[in-house]
Design a protein around this ligand. Structure first.
Ligand code: NAD
Length: 353
């Protein structure tokens, strides 16, 4: 029998990026051996390390490798070394470039609280939370016109109805696959783009009549997310609101070292998977970074880009097992359980597979 083979572009990036990606690759290899498929990796540079080598954060070569892969795994980019480079070549430009060039308009950020980590939750008494934030990723104020005037500066929030409709539909589809509840977060009392979002949601809801829709203004949503986190299921929102809200949701679940993400475009196009955290320069090279956010991102990759649902489930269960067994990297260690390094956590996940 011919073994299925998937092409994976690996962008390790900067800081702890290489440490957590190396761990995740070991886990993916272990899973693929068990499930009978192979993964062919191509490493490429982006971010600070690409600036060092090529003078720019994202090269055509990296873009082409990504475009010709089934999926991309990215560690993190950036760090103090590149904080003072020209704004046009900052490491984050690589992320914006990859999202735009690969058409990754849909950013999925699950915020799931693990029972074993409920003591890391900053909200007293909360022991469960399972929210999926669907953030629009290639439009809005991060990509709108910007500039300086004689005595000020401006950034522009712009959305076409096409851009809104495709992400709103994604929100409805994920809600259909979960508990059929969708929260739309906007600022429709002030912003014209938000009023257009509401019109489009109202139109689309006719095609998803089983889904109940709630509208919240962003300021209220940030409060409600803390006040009643368990009442949320799928949230769909614009680029900037999603950026803020997903960090807030993530923080409620415990540590940023636990949060995976997926950025997806049209079906059949490569998706990009990365931990939510950054390059953590304060702990880079110490071997103590939590690899679980990246490992969980691989589970998302198996599910959403490779269609290997069982392999994804294996990873999620293995992570559950190691947390239940009390293994903790420094970021999730609260005095109980066993304090472990990046490598020890990775090996434990592989053993739990
Ligand atoms: P950060 O996420 O890198 O770090 C914030 C804090 O969380 C730090 O104390 C760090 O040690 C800790 N942390 C992060 N990931 C961890 C992990 N896996 N295990 C244990 N602890 C972890 O955010 P920051 O400090 O604001 O940014 C540092 C650099 O990363 C900046 O250059 C920033 O631009 C960049 N950044 C990149 C991305 C990305 O590549 N997607 C995202 C955010 C920030």
């Amino acid at each position: 029998m011919i073994m299925k083979e998937y092409k994976i572009a690996l962008i390790k990036g900067d800081g702890i990026g290489p440490e957590v990606v190396d761990g995740a690759v070991k886990v993916m290899d272990a899973v693929s051996r068990k499930k009978g498929f192979t993964l062919k990796y191509t490493e490429c540079l982006a971010g600070g390390c690409s600036i060092d080598r090529y003078g720019i954060p994202l090269t055509d070569e990296t873009l082409n490798i990504c475009k010709n892969s089934d999926a991309i795994l990215l560690g993190a980019v950036g760090g103090p070394k590149w904080d003072n480079v020209d704004a046009s070549i900052r490491p984050e430009k690589a992320l914006l470039g990859l999202r735009k060039e690969l058409g990754l308009y849909s950013n999925l950020r699950p915020a799931l609280m693990y029972k074993a980590l409920s003591d890391a939750c900053p909200i007293k008494g909360l022991d469960s939370m399972d929210v999926l934030i669907v953030r629009e990723l290639t439009g809005g104020i991060y990509f709108g016109r910007r500039g300086r005037t004689e005595n000020g500066a401006f950034d522009t929030e712009e959305y076409s109805d096409y851009e809104i409709r495709r992400i709103v539909r994604e929100g409805f589809r994920y809600a259909m696959g979960r508990s059929k509840r969708l929260t739309v977060v906007d600022k429709a009392n002030v912003l014209e783009t938000s009023r257009l979002w509401r019109e489009i949601v109202a139109n689309e809801s006719g095609n998803f009549s089983e889904v109940s829709v709630e509208f919240l203004y962003i300021d209220n949503a940030t409060m409600q997310l803390i006040g009643r986190p368990q009442s949320f299921d799928v949230i769909v929102t614009s680029n900037m609101f999603g950026d803020i809200l997903s960090d807030e949701a993530g923080q409620i679940t415990g540590s940023v070292g636990m949060l995976p993400s997926a950025s997806l475009g049209d079906p059949g196009k490569p998706g990009m998977y990365e931990p939510v955290h950054g390059s953590a320069p304060d702990i880079a090279g110490k071997g103590i970074a939590n690899p679980l956010a990246t490992i969980l991102s691989c589970a998302m990759m198996f599910k959403w880009s490779l269609g290997e649902d069982e392999a994804a489930q294996m990873i999620n269960s293995a992570v559950d097992t190691v947390l239940e067994a009390g293994l903790r990297t420094a970021d999730i260690y609260k005095g109980e359980g066993r304090l472990v390094t990046t490598e020890e956590m990775t090996s434990a996940v592989i053993e739990a597979l």
